[in-house]
Design a protein around this ligand. Structure first.
Ligand code: F6P
Length: 363
């Protein structure tokens, strides 16, 4: 009978609550005990009342709620070993022997470091007389399972992260709203979207709204982008289009790795294409609101599989991250998925953009 802790970490993402609900209820279904760790890794480090047992009814209504109801944080203490030592002590004092982490690649990296250090942390707790041999004996193996909750859809080895389709929906709604005013005034709008170093949100939003031009980090524009942009926009205008929509990822760069900002694009459209141009930064609006059907479904199916994965984990197997590939829920080694994701940034830095695209996609 396992005691399973769940936490959400990093930037919140719509659908995280659905995952927590599925994990709590599936744990209870398998006669395990479920614990919510509030405020992400902060809760793990601080312990006490931030780690609470969860009953079936405690997650009622979670499925349709946006954000994360158990809170999240970007925790600095957990990045240091003393913070992780404290976290290990708190887990043991609550009797928790399995941890499901819902977060982006940074949060999952933290989870993996924790698992790798676990035996050493136990030794240190005993040698410093914080806990006895008997205290730590039942906790020799900490099972860790990852779920990817992030609007960015930036983790390799999975087709979708929990939250990305809600965010995409929110962006499309916003672009549709901008469209009406842009058309009325025959204006150009540059819409900056989130995604950190990943262009998925920008690319998909551009496709879904019929944008005129898209800037993403993985396939950077050439140095001549200003001319290309003006030529494209003017061609569309000649075809009778009364508005211009440019979607720019917050991580957009050119092929020499120079950052491209919305204001740079605005200057070109205003001064060279002679268009009345405005910039709209969507900001955290695109991370908020109720999760779409896909994210509720993904979060539920992955939450269910996360509990199964916890129960099937053995010390010799690597920690899994629950993914979705070609519409099937599957498990991939957490360390490898995170490593491959980091390789994308390396490939971009090395200007190997084809490799970057491939690494994003690869199973
Ligand atoms: O990772 C999710 C994300 O929303 C990114 O797209 C964005 O760059 C970042 O988090 C914003 O972080 P914060 O909410 O801490 O400002």
């Amino acid at each position: 009978k396992r005691r399973i802790g769940v936490l959400t970490s990093g930037g919140d993402a719509p659908g995280m609550n659905g995952a927590v609900r599925a994990i709590v209820r599936m744990a209870i279904h398998y006669e395990c005990e479920a614990f919510a760790i509030y405020e992400g890794y902060d809760g793990l480090v601080k312990g006490g009342d931030l780690i609470r047992p969860m009953a079936w009814e405690d997650v009622r209504g979670f499925l349709s709620e946006g954000g994360t109801l158990i809170g999240t944080a970007r925790c600095k203490e957990f990045m240091q070993r003393p913070g992780r030592l404290q976290a290990a002590r708190n887990l043991i004092s609550k009797g928790i022997d399995a941890l499901i982490v819902i977060g982006g690649d940074g949060s999952l990296t933290g989870a993996d470091v924790f698992r790798a250090e676990w035996p050493g942390l136990l030794e240190e707790l005993v040698s410093s007389s914080q806990l006895s041999e008997q205290d730590v004996e039942p906790f020799k193996h900490l099972n860790i399972v990852g779920l990817v909750g992030s609007i960015d859809n930036d983790l390799s080895m999975t087709d979708a992260t929990i939250g990305c389709y809600t965010s995409l929906t929110r962006i499309c709604e916003a672009v549709d709203s901008v469209d009406t005013t842009a058309t009325s005034h025959q204006r150009a709008f540059i819409i900056e979207v989130m995604g950190r170093h990943c262009g998925w949100l920008a690319l998909m939003a551009g496709v879904a709204t019929g944008a005129d031009f898209i800037f993403i980090p993985e396939n950077p524009c050439q140095e001549t982008w200003a001319e290309d942009l003006c030529a494209t926009v003017q061609k569309h205008r000649k075809l009778g289009k009364r508005k211009t929509i440019v979607i720019i990822a917050e991580g957009a760069i050119d092929e020499k790795l120079n950052k491209i900002t919305p204001n740079m694009v605005k200057d070109i459209l205003s001064n060279q294409a002679k268009l009345d141009t405005r910039v709209t930064t969507l900001g955290h609006v695109q991370r908020g609101g109720t999760p779409c059907a896909y994210d509720r479904m993904l979060a539920t199916l992955q939450g269910v599989d996360a509990v199964k994965a916890v129960l099937e984990c053995t010390p010799d197997k690597p920690s899994p991250v629950i993914c979705i590939v070609e519409n099937k829920i599957c498990r991939r080694p957490l360390v490898e998925a995170v490593a491959q994701t980091k390789e994308v940034a390396v490939a971009i830095n090395n200007k190997d953009f084809e490799k970057a695209m491939h690494l994003r996609d690869a199973e």
